[in-house]
Each structure stands twice: as structure tokens, then as C-alpha cells.
Design a protein around this ligand. Structure first.
Ligand SMILES: [Zn+2]
Length: 223
């Protein structure tokens, strides 16, 4: 009887040891954490009882109040459970389109990423300077993106909208020129030539956040 009980306890301990072992594994925690965050997205996505959608006919004041309330709730949680500070190694240039979620884009909720979001993924001079500063601070990979169904690209292709939004359309038109300009900056050129920096381009599938190859010249070529 005692021997049988010992075997039973031993058998019960095996799954416990496996769970504890898995839990201690950084890979397991990373995947489980991602799954839990994703579960949170799915739980919130379908709720429309108190959201900020147009059909609720909310006034700007009501929207701002709701945003403040939600921020207070979120900030108080973060205040209670501070997050660890990470040193970003990657910088992403991404359009401001709300459908793109950069956490889902990289499958990572930690802050290893500088995220530069602009209208139409435009790489104007201030963004070039900030990306250069990021490289000086240790960033090793820059991903310059565009995305499918981009409103700014749509405006650039529409004669009427081109007249109405000349500034953003001009930046979309100059995308290739701006990228070449950025890569010609001495610090960026030197980082590329020494192999300390890699620049990639990608087109985001807006519905899935999947990174697809961007048609066009490869930034690192000819360095
Ligand atoms: Zn866009």
C-alpha cells in the first residue's frame, strides 16, 4: 500500500514538474504571455457597448472624457505593476493607420522597438533625424514599411485629393527619394558599410499585420 502510494505520488509529481519546468522557461513565458495578450485583444474587439465608434454619435467632449477615464484605469494598473525598461534594437517606420497594431506586427509586447508612425509612412526630415538618433543609441535594424489600402497612397492617386492634401501627397510621391536621402546621411552610410546596421523594407498586409516583401530596390544593396 505504501509502495503504491509512493508510485502514485511520483506519477502526480511528473506533470507538476513538467509544468514548473515549462513555466520557468523564457520561451514558454514569452509564448504564453503573447497568447494572454492576444486573448485580451479578442475579448475587447467585439465589445461595442461603450466604445468610440461613429454610430454612437458621441460628442467630442464625451469621447475625450471616455479616453481620459480609460487612460486613468490603464495608468493606475501600470503604476501598480511597473514594466521593465528594454533597450530598443529595432526601429520601425509605420503609417498611422489605426488598423495596424505594431505589437501584433512583431509578435512582442515588450519595448524592444522604436516605433515611428507617420501619415503614409512618410520619411520626412524630422523622422530621418530621429531614426539617426536611434542608430546612435544602438538600433541595429530599421524596417521601413508601407501598407496595403493606405489612405495616403489613395490620396496621392486621386487628382481631387492631391489638391486638397498637397503636403502628405508630396511626401508619398517622394518616398523613394527620401529613403535614398536617409541612407546617404553620413552616420547611416557608415553604420551600413561597417555592418552595424541593416535597413529592410516591407509592405504590411493591413488586415493581418503580416510583413510582405516591398517591391523596389533593396536598401542595403550597393552599400
Ligand atoms: Zn497608410
Amino acid at each position: 500500500m505504501t509502495k503504491k502510494r509512493g508510485i502514485l505520488v511520483g506519477l502526480l509529481l511528473i506533470p507538476v514538474a513538467l509544468i514548473v519546468g515549462l513555466w520557468a522557461s523564457p520561451g514558454f513565458q514569452f509564448i504564453t504571455g503573447g497568447a494572454l495578450v492576444n486573448m485580451g485583444y479578442r475579448m475587447q474587439d467585439h465589445i461595442h457597448a461603450f466604445d468610440l465608434q461613429h454610430e454612437h454619435d458621441l460628442s467630442p467632449d464625451e469621447i475625450w472624457s471616455e479616453l481620459q477615464r480609460q487612460n486613468e484605469l490603464s495608468a493606475s494598473v501600470r503604476d501598480a505593476f511597473p514594466r521593465s525598461a528594454e533597450h530598443p534594437l529595432v526601429a520601425l517606420l509605420v503609417c498611422m493607420d489605426a488598423r495596424i497594431d505594431t505589437n501584433e506586427l512583431v509578435g512582442d509586447t515588450r519595448r524592444y522597438y522604436y516605433i515611428v508612425r507617420t501619415a503614409g509612412s512618410a520619411l520626412a526630415e524630422p523622422e530621418q533625424e530621429m531614426l539617426e538618433l536611434a542608430v546612435i543609441n544602438g538600433v541595429k535594424v530599421i524596417v521601413l514599411t508601407s501598407h496595403s489600402d493606405c489612405a495616403a497612397e489613395g490620396a496621392a492617386a486621386d487628382p481631387e485629393l492631391r489638391e486638397r492634401f498637397p503636403a502628405v501627397v508630396s511626401l508619398v510621391d517622394q518616398r523613394e527619394t527620401r529613403i535614398r536621402e536617409f541612407m546617404a546621411r553620413p552616420i547611416i552610410r557608415e553604420a551600413l558599410d561597417s555592418g552595424r546596421l541593416r535597413i529592410e523594407r516591407a509592405r504590411i498586409d493591413t488586415l493581418t499585420d503580416r510583413l510582405e516583401p516591398e517591391p523596389g530596390p533593396t536598401p542595403n544593396a550597393g552599400s
